[in-house]
Design a protein. Structure first.
Length: 222
């Protein structure tokens, strides 16, 4: 069982899932209230076709749907999709159990916005996934993704592919493979996929201004 399936299974075992109201804000980091919100995706998302890659329990997908966007959350973990459907399915957000790359290559509909928040971007080989995102975006479509900042421990990892330790809800450990590449390498990978970088934010946790915790990149299809 991979780490996200194990994470979801433990959350599901906690008890029945409740329908939730969508959060009031888009969160690009793992703590609330840091950095920009959904405004970086464009002024008016009403009617826009949006996909979140690696949506987990669906909080950000539900927020984007609450702004009027037509949202699909995609996650490779069946348990995470089960959680997302139970929490936000009643709000009209669609959740699909699939790997991000498979979903992007299978479907044909043009997308206005693709987002990933500590999701599939960074957890999948970047060139193939960014290329697939670029092919699915329509003209002036937006890609925005956040990843753990490669300098979060003070130094950039020597190898672009790292094995990260993750603590599950019950306190046990699991591992996740991550592409932990420096900001300039992300910019090159995004450009190679045929997208133009529009911004790159280094986001810091308020309690510690020494190292950035999150790298948030936005790009646009020409
Ligand atoms: C840290 S969680 C983030 C969840 C959510 N974006 C959030 O901010 O709450 C990462 C999620 O990405 C999903 N994931 C990882 N690799 C994926 C892939 N290749 N395709 C789709 N989902 C993926 C995992 O199953 C997990 O639910």
């Amino acid at each position: 069982m991979n780490a996200w399936d194990a994470h979801a299974a433990q959350r599901l075992a906690d008890g029945p899932l409740r329908p939730l109201e969508p959060p009031a804000r888009m969160e690009w980091t793992q703590r609330p209230g840091i950095g920009p919100g959904a405004e970086i995706l464009g002024e008016d998302l009403a009617g826009r076709r949006v996909v979140e890659l690696g949506c987990g329990p669906g909080h950000n997908a539900a927020h984007l749907a609450s702004l009027g966007a037509r949202v699909t959350g995609v996650d490779r973990s069946k348990g995470q999709v089960q959680r997302a459907c139970a929490h936000y399915g009643h709000h009209g957000t669609e959740f699909i159990h699939s790997r991000a790359l498979g979903y992007l290559t299978r479907e044909r509909e043009r997308l206005d916005v693709i987002v990933s928040v500590f999701g599939a971007v960074g957890l999948t080989e970047p060139s193939r996934l960014l290329g697939a995102c670029s092919r699915r975006l329509g003209r002036k479509g937006v890609l925005a993704f956040s990843v753990p900042h490669p300098q979060r421990t003070g130094t950039i990892p020597a190898s672009p592919r790292t094995r990260e330790r993750m603590t599950l809800p019950d306190g046990t450990a699991a591992t996740v493979d991550r592409w932990d590449i420096d900001p300039a390498a992300w910019v090159r990978a995004v450009n190679r996929a045929g997208l133009l970088i529009t911004d790159a934010h280094n986001l810091f946790a308020p309690a510690d201004a020494r190292c950035p915790t999150t790298l948030l990149i936005t790009a646009r299809k020409p």
